[in-house]
Ligand binder design. Structure first.
Ligand code: SF4
Length: 314
């Protein structure tokens, strides 16, 4: 009973938050809509999706890192002025509204410079995803138009992993070619919405979590054969356990960190014995270097490893 009440409260609060900060997202195109799969963006605007509590809690991580970012970006010595949720109104050529909401903008009015700061919650990465870059390119282009040519506009992508504490800032500069692609995608999506023609799916890292994956041609690729009931129950079990698999991996990492930090090779926990197993590094050859520097030797000893198959559930 209590669980039901808090679920209802949470859903209501999130709905209100979204309406207050972003309005009705089905009535305009936002910058994140054009940076990922256009089919998902189109269907999110034209069909109602009821997310599970679990998904809603995961989505809230985005707001948690925005809170952290606010604390990082609020400058107390007046070096810059910070604005939040900066809305820029524009439109596609068919009149459909384009209305990105920029997480943060840092203004230095004296120097006529400003930076768009896009905040993302994600695990460690060496460089930002292409979708992040495309999103901020569109935002920078619109902000540049709003500020005028005498201003210098650039961008920063602030990525925070709230689970591990890792964070990074990626500097982004305006690139005409990418901004052209971003505006072309705005046109494609606006045209699709007005003409009610769903765009093609574009495979993404998040396809497995997409609410529209069931009949997505980009994923099913023509596979229509349904399986018998018994086999379906196996699929359901595997899908349900995939989260447990991730949880086990994380818990094992914590145990490993504990053993390493306390310099122990093994410990007891009731009937369980936990050991830290060290695996020696394997001998290896730098194939690319060998191919380049000793192509004859590479040719002579080259052999193709036997392929293998596995099951993937999306
Ligand atoms: S499953 Fe992937 S390709 Fe298909 S609509 Fe969703 S995000 Fe796009």
């Amino acid at each position: 009973m209590f669980k039901k009440i808090i679920e209802k409260n949470f859903r209501q609060a999130l709905k209100q938050d979204t309406e207050l900060s972003l309005g009705d997202r089905s009535k305009y195109i936002g910058a994140s809509d054009i940076s990922g799969c256009l089919r998902k963006a189109y269907l999110s605007k034209t069909q109602e999706v009821v997310h599970s509590m679990k998904q809603l809690i995961v989505f809230e991580r985005g707001h948690l890192v925005e809170d952290m970012a606010r604390k990082m970006l609020t400058c107390h010595d007046g070096e810059w002025e910070l604005k939040e949720q900066v809305e820029i109104s524009s439109a596609a050529s068919n009149g459909f509204p384009l209305k990105p909401h920029l997480d943060f903008v840092i203004y230095n009015k004296k120097a006529k410079r400003c930076s768009v700061v896009e905040v993302k919650s994600s695990s460690e990465m060496d460089e930002p995803y292409e979708s992040y870059v495309l999103q901020i390119q569109l935002q920078m282009a619109l902000l540049q138009k709003k500020c005028g040519p005498t201003w210098k506009v650039n961008g920063k992508i602030l990525v925070i992993d709230p689970m591990t504490g890792w964070y990074e800032v990626f500097e982004v500069f305006q690139i005409n070619a990418l901004q052209k692609i971003a505006f072309e995608r705005v046109e494609t999506l606006a045209k699709a919405i007005v003409s009610k023609q769903c765009p093609d799916g574009e495979e993404q890292l998040y396809c497995s979590k997409c609410p529209f994956k069931g009949d997505c041609p980009a994923i099913t690729k023509g596979i229509v054969e349904e399986i018998p009931k018994d086999v379906k129950s196996v699929v359901k079990k595997v899908a349900a356990l995939s989260d447990a698999e991730k949880l086990i991996k994380r818990q094992k990492e914590l145990l490993k960190e504990f053993l390493e930090a306390t310099n122990k090779k093994g410990v007891k926990s009731d009937d369980y014995t936990i050991k830290l197993i060290s695996v020696e590094g394997k001998d290896g050859v730098d194939i690319n270097k060998l191919k380049k520097e000793l192509p004859d030797v590479y040719e002579k000893y080259y052999r193709r490893e036997k392929g293998y198959s596995y099951v993937k559930i999306i």
